[in-house]
Design a protein around this ligand. Structure first.
Ligand SMILES: Cc1cc2nc3c(=O)[nH]c(=O)nc-3n(C[C@H](O)[C@H](O)[C@H](O)COP(=O)(O)OP(=O)(O)OC[C@H]3O[C@@H](n4cnc5c(N)ncnc54)[C@H](O)[C@@H]3O)c2cc1C
Length: 462
């Protein structure tokens, strides 16, 4: 017997989870297939001996996440979102701590960088009014040149955190920068108190209550298409039928591998072939011995030894720039454990084809240099470390199946391709991190909601 659903969601990242939940709330029968052993995708965590829990992508998101979670998940989830108090920058050009909100950034631009108040107000007004339908030809570099000509230090302050958050470069469209920066700049940076494990458990409980059929360890292998319409999915060798499919998996894999390029128009595939994936990441997870303490040094530390902001250097294997996320015990109330995660943007090619011996050697170097860098802020850190481990672009590819271990989906051109899927094949949709704007926790959840609305309309027509 082939099982029949209204909609099948491939992938349980934040976009897929949200889309599944919205569709179930709207009364549809939903199956969610996740290839990994747990839900969450990149919004994930892992446990290690000694009581350590490490969060992978819980570094910070904009305030909009509170409203989005309250509206589309639950009040309980929204109420656990709290502001990070101190975001610290330390590099050869400047060193200070900020609350990372509009008021403080305006103050810093004036006091630290001597920028004229009118220019500051005009810049904030310009980026705030940017939207998807604006001119897409202006690059972020041109935007900064217009307001802060030749000012490398201001470029760094405005750009480095956003580059960490979504892999943006100065050559990306200014609107992608404007939209994401304004989201963050509104009221500062926020996190989820309780940790990613608590968040994803709360989401899984809501899915269960709303009747979503969730299957873990169930990689989708094929999307079934007949007469330019989807009719099912093959996963784990079983066939499931449906009227709509939402892929939360990698956009390019969805088109080329699961569906097959032959089902799409040639000019659409030409555009698909032009979509660039975003960069990948490396991380070092540092567990602090039970009973040891770390004095407050800020929640997020953007550190760099590079002379100025440079997108290529930010991803280079010889790391000059790192973000340290310090997790104090109050992130998981009731525990007394500290952990630190060092994150860097990275190129997949630098890691992909290393022999096992060289891979282990380079991972060790990544760990060693991260501790060296951390010593500047916590001089006795070596004595306090109980556990340490590193992840590379290969790790991200392995766990999420994203091509080239892409951390933040695709560059801007991927958004149009993602949105146009249903025009090519009836009932085929994509959601999740894509096009820079729909990236990160907030972007992925919001895109899940948008796509759920489109799927709902499609199902009602069916
Ligand atoms: C190191 C790092 C740090 C980050 N830090 C932050 C941060 O601080 N703040 C922030 O807002 N964002 C951050 N992000 C980005 C953010 O985590 C992602 O943009 C977001 O979680 C992506 O959600 P998604 O819906 O696109 O799905 P993903 O998380 O990409 O999940 C896709 C899911 O699909 C599943 N899947 C794939 N193929 C199949 C298949 N064939 N069958 C079934 N299932 C499949 C995968 O297993 C996965 O569960 C970070 C990302 C990284 C890598």
């Amino acid at each position: 017997m082939v099982k029949k659903y209204d909609a099948i969601i491939i992938g349980g990242g934040l976009g897929g989870l949200t889309c599944a939940n919205r569709l179930a709330v709207s009364g549809h029968k939903v199956l969610l297939l996740e290839s990994h052993i747990k839900l969450g995708g990149l919004a994930t965590w892992f446990k290690r001996k000694g009581g350590h829990i490490f969060d992978i992508s819980l570094h910070g998101f904009p305030i909009g996440m509170i409203k989005t979670c309250r509206k589309y998940w639950s009040k309980q989830i929204a109420d656990s979102i709290v502001q990070l108090k101190g975001i610290r920058f330390d590099n050869p050009q400047f060193s200070f701590t900020t609350t990372f909100d509009k008021v403080d950034f305006k103050r810093l631009l004036k006091e630290e960088f001597s920028i004229n108040q009118e220019v500051i107000d005009d810049f904030f007004h310009t980026v705030r009014s940017m939207n998807f339908f604006d001119d897409q030809s202006m690059t972020t570099k041109e935007l900064f040149e217009k307001f802060f000509p030749g000012n490398d230090a201001v470029t760094r302050m405005l750009m480095e955190p956003i580059a960490y958050a979504n892999g943006s470069t100065l050559d990306d469209p200014a609107i992608t920068y404007g939209i994401v920066f304004s989201n963050f700049m509104d009221k500062g940076v926020f996190t989820f108190r309780g940790g990613t494990d608590v968040l994803i458990k709360a989401m899984a409980d809501i899915l269960e209550t709303n009747g979503v059929d969730v299957r873990l360890r169930s990689p989708a292998q094929k999307i079934l298409v007949r007469d330019k319409k989807v009719y099912g999915v093959i996963a784990n060798g079983e066939e499931y039928h449906c009227d709509a499919i939402v892929s939360n998996a990698n956009l390019i894999s969805t088109i080329n591998d699961f569906t097959g390029a032959s089902h799409f128009d040639d000019d659409f595939i030409e555009n698909v072939n032009k979509v660039r994936l975003n960069n990948s990441s490396c991380q070092v997870y540092i567990g602090i011995k039970k009973g040891e303490k770390i004095d407050y040094i800020g929640d997020l530390l953007f550190t760099s030894t590079a002379g100025k902001f440079d997108s290529k250097m930010l991803c280079a294997k010889d790391v000059t720039s790192r973000t340290f996320s310090i997790y104090y015990p109050d992130i998981r109330p009731g525990t007394d454990m500290y952990s630190i995660v060092a994150s860097t943007n990275a190129n997949y090619d630098d890691w992909a084809d290393l022999s096992e011996e060289n891979y282990q050697r380079d991972k060790k170097r990544l760990i060693d240099t991260s501790i060296d860098a951390l010593e500047k802020y916590i001089p006795d850190i070596r004595r306090k470390i109980d556990y340490i481990e590193a992840a590379t672009p290969r790790t991200f590819k392995h766990y999420t199946r994203h091509l080239r271990g892409a951390s933040f989906g695709t560059k801007f051109e991927g958004l149009k391709v993602s949105m146009e899927l249903p025009k090519q094949i009836g009932g085929l949709f994509h959601t999740g991190s894509v096009g820079i704007i729909m990236s990160g926790w907030l972007g992925a959840v919001n895109y899940g909601v948008i796509v759920a609305n489109n799927v709902d309309k499609h199902l009602r027509k069916c």
